[in-house]
Design a protein. Structure first.
Length: 329
C-alpha cells in the first residue's frame, strides 16, 4: 500500500440536488440515479445546509434562483464552512450570461451548468466534480496518516498532539505569506508535521534525559534530521519534503547541522519550519518549564534573525503573527 492509494473512492457517490422546481429536481435526480449515484434532494437553501449538517455529500448541484437563501448565498455559506468547503458545487444558472457566472464564481462555485441542461454535459460535470472530491478525500487520508506517524514521536518527546496541529498551521501560513504556491504550501505543511519523525530512531533515555546531554548524546540526537529525511524520502512528496526534514536544524549563518548549509542554500521549507518550531516550542508548556509569552518568543526570534534564522522570514512571522496563530475557525 502506498500513500497514493490509501482510500478507495466511494462506488456510489452522493449527489445533493438543490432546486425549488420539483420537475427540474426530478429530471436531474433520475438521470443521476440511473448512473448509479445516490441522490438527496433539497427544495431551498436552508434545506441544503440542513442536509449537509446531517450527512456526507460528494457533490452539490445548486440552483441559483431559490426562495429564501438563494443559490449564491447558499454556496457562500458552504464554502465558508470548514467541513463543507471542499465539497464541489456545480451551480445551475438559468441564464448563460457572464454576470451570473461571475456572481457564482465570487460565491465560490466550482463549476456551472446552464439550464435547461444537456444530459451528457450534466453527467460529465458531475463525474469531474466527483474526481476532485475523491482527490480531496485522499489528501485528507494522507494527512491523517502523517499525523499518526508523527504522533509516535511527539509522545516519545513529551509533546501534545496540539504541537503538531499548530506546526501544520503555522508552517503552511508562513509558506503562503512567503509567496509559495498551493503545492509548495502543502509540502511545507507536511514538512511541519513530519520534521522530527527521525526521533523515532533515537532512544527515549536520550530524548527524555532531564540534564545536559553529553557530546556523544548530542551527536546521536543530531542524526534525527538525516534519519527523518530517509523515512520521508520514499513517500510521494518525499523529493520536496525530505530536504526540509533534513535541513530543519540548519542555521542561516551556516553553523547548523547536518550539512552546515547557509542562507538560501538551506531549503526554504526547512527555514520556515525552524522559525515556527522555535516559536511553538517556546510558547508551549514543557515538562521542565511553563510556556513563555508570544512576545518573549518573538524577541528570541528577532534576536537570532540573521544568525540562526532567515531574517526575512522572521520579519514576515513577526508582522503577521496574529494571522499565523489565529485559531483556524
Ligand atoms: Fe528537530
Amino acid at each position: 500500500m502506498t500513500l497514493n492509494t490509501i482510500s478507495s473512492p466511494n462506488a456510489h457517490p452522493t449527489i445533493l440536488v438543490a432546486d425549488d422546481n420539483p420537475l427540474n429536481r426530478e429530471l436531474a435526480s433520475e438521470l443521476l440515479f440511473d448512473e448509479g449515484y445516490q441522490i438527496v434532494e433539497a427544495e431551498n437553501g436552508a434545506q441544503t445546509l440542513n442536509i449537509l449538517a446531517n450527512r456526507d455529500v460528494d457533490t452539490i448541484l445548486l440552483d441559483v434562483m431559490m426562495p429564501g437563501i438563494n443559490g449564491y448565498e447558499t454556496c457562500r455559506r458552504i464554502k465558508d464552512h470548514p467541513q463543507w468547503r471542499l465539497i464541489p458545487v456545480v451551480m445551475l444558472t438559468a441564464l448563460s450570461d457572464v454576470e451570473s457566472r461571475i456572481q457564482a464564481l465570487e460565491a465560490g462555485a466550482d463549476d456551472f451548468l446552464s439550464k435547461p441542461f444537456n444530459e451528457g454535459e450534466l453527467l460529465a460535470r458531475v463525474k469531474a466534480s466527483i474526481r476532485v472530491k475523491n482527490l480531496h478525500n485522499q489528501l485528507e487520508e494522507t494527512e491523517k496518516i502523517l499525523f499518526a506517524l508523527a504522533n509516535v514521536v511527539e509522545v516519545k518527546d513529551q509533546y501534545t498532539d496540539q504541537h503538531l496541529k499548530r506546526m501544520a498551521q503555522y508552517t503552511e501560513r508562513l509558506a503562503q505569506l512567503a509567496g509559495l504556491d498551493a503545492t509548495g504550501q502543502r509540502d511545507v505543511r507536511y514538512g511541519g508535521i513530519l520534521h522530527d519523525i527521525g526521533k523515532v530512531g533515537i532512544s527515549d533515555t536520550i530524548l527524555r534525559k532531564p540534564g545536559k546531554l553529553t557530546a556523544e548524546e548530542y551527536e546521536i540526537i543530531k542524526t534525527h534530521t538525516v534519519l527523518g529525511a530517509q523515512i520521508v524520502q520514499p513517500l510521494r512528496f518525499g523529493v520536496s519534503v525530505g530536504p526540509m526534514v533534513r535541513g530543519h536544524h540548519e542555521r542561516w549563518d551556516g553553523d547548523g547541522y547536518p550539512d552546515g548549509l547557509a542562507g538560501e542554500h538551506i531549503p526554504l521549507g526547512a527555514r520556515i519550519i525552524a522559525v515556527c518550531d522555535t516559536f511553538d516550542a517556546m510558547t508551549s508548556d514543557r515538562p521542565y518549564r511553563k510556556a513563555l509569552s508570544p512576545q518573549v518568543a518573538l524577541n528570541e526570534l528577532q534576536d537570532k534573525a540573521g544568525s540562526q534564522f532567515d531574517p526575512q522570514l522572521v520579519e514576515i512571522f513577526t508582522f503577521h503573527l496574529d494571522r499565523i496563530c489565529a485559531e483556524e475557525y
